[in-house]
Design a protein around this ligand. Structure first.
Ligand SMILES: [Zn+2]
Length: 354
């Protein structure tokens, strides 16, 4: 991650008190410091709160400009970005509705979280911890993977395929069975071990930066539910470009900010999650792919298959009542393991290396 960190311009706090700027006030009450209410007499002007040392302001990853407009004001208080939180937030099954502020670049329209937890802390968050709830859904993920792979195979014949952020490796398991030579990299060590034990697949622990393959090595690279999580999507795609053979393909999917689901559900959209730090549209994903040396070929509506019971479980942060009712009736009717195919605003795209 060393070189990728350079692309973030930190225009942070005035560096006067880098450590724990809010601690001095009332150590007993965890909520007081960021409360906007008191002090009516002195200064009514809202003074921008200094960022805690584990957060950073970031420029647009696509065009590099620092000129944006807030489109979603998050409730995240600075002290909640605390350094102990990243394992909880940044995991494959992370499902906390976002508390961050989301901005849109005035120059290129890229939508992203700003400010946010520092890049290295995000990556660290992914590398630790177990994720039982994610692997509980591997059967559904295999079904999702078969559909995705069939789409890819309309463009590319089975060859060498690298999956970045491979999670439980359900996709590579399916790809191997269909004649592909499979390679994977995944930051979460627990998931790497899980893939080894359950699928007999070696998945390299780490990020794309840990890979040592020669240039022009792979026929296809895939990123399933990955690009919206990484601190530096442009940098990641440039590295993919180097690793893919001339004329080879990249396939990725992302929560589409301009999908119908997003437009209808607005701030309740199920993919507005703390774990997502970028929100692409067809326009911005095409620009990002173009900038990194790819020609966009085709979009695809991404359908996902998960168990009914798991979808109810994911409802918890939105409505405890619906969750409890759903859980009760699903148990009563024995439909918790019923596979459900759904589409809530994810788009897939395939592009060719120019
Ligand atoms: Zn921009």
């Amino acid at each position: 991650m060393e070189e990728s960190r350079q692309i973030f311009i930190e225009k942070e706090t005035p560096s006067t008190t880098p450590a724990a700027p809010t601690q001095t006030t009332t150590p007993t009450s965890p909520v007081t410091p960021a409360s906007p209410t008191p002090a009516p007499s002195s200064t009514p002007e809202p003074v921008p709160e200094p960022l805690p040392p584990n957060m950073e302001n970031v420029r647009c990853d696509l065009c590099g400009k620092d000129d944006n407009v807030v489109i979603y004001k998050g409730a995240l208080k600075s002290e909640e970005g605390g350094s102990t939180k990243e394992e909880e937030t940044y995991k494959s099954s992370g499902n906390k509705p976002t508390e961050d502020t989301i901005v849109k670049c005035n120059n290129c329209d890229l939508i992203y979280v700003n400010p946010r937890l520092k890049a290295e802390k995000i990556v660290h968050g992914y590398s630790e911890g177990a994720d039982e709830s994610f692997v509980s859904q591997v059967k559904g993920r295999e079904t999702t993977s078969v559909a995705g792979l069939k789409f890819i195979e309309k463009f590319a014949k089975p060859g060498k395929i690298l999956d970045i952020g491979t999670a439980s490796a359900s996709f590579l398991h399916v790809a191997k069975n269909r004649g592909w030579q499979v390679y994977g990299v995944e930051p979460n060590k627990w998931l790497c071990n899980w893939a080894q034990k359950n699928y007999g697949l070696y998945i390299q622990p780490g990020t794309i930066d840990s890979l040592n393959y020669p240039d022009n090595f792979f026929d296809v690279i895939t990123l399933w539910d990955v690009l919206e999580h990484v601190p530096n999507p442009t940098e990641v795609l440039k590295k993919c470009h180097r690793l893919i053979k001339p004329g080879g393909y990249i396939y990725l999917n992302y929560p589409d900010y301009e999908s119908y689901a997003s437009k209808i559900m607005k701030s309740k959209w199920i993919f507005l999650l703390s774990v997502h730090i970028y929100y692409f549209t067809r326009e911005t994903i095409a620009k990002t792919l173009e900038k990194t040396g790819f020609q966009t070929l085709k979009y695809r509506t991404h359908w996902q298959t998960l168990n009914f019971g798991y979808l109810i479980f994911r409802m918890q942060p939105y409505s405890m009542l619906l969750y409890k009712l759903g859980n009760f009736f699903a148990g009563l009717l024995h439909v918790k393991n019923f596979p459900l195919k759904y589409q809530l605003g994810q788009t897939g795209v395939i592009a060719r290396k120019k």
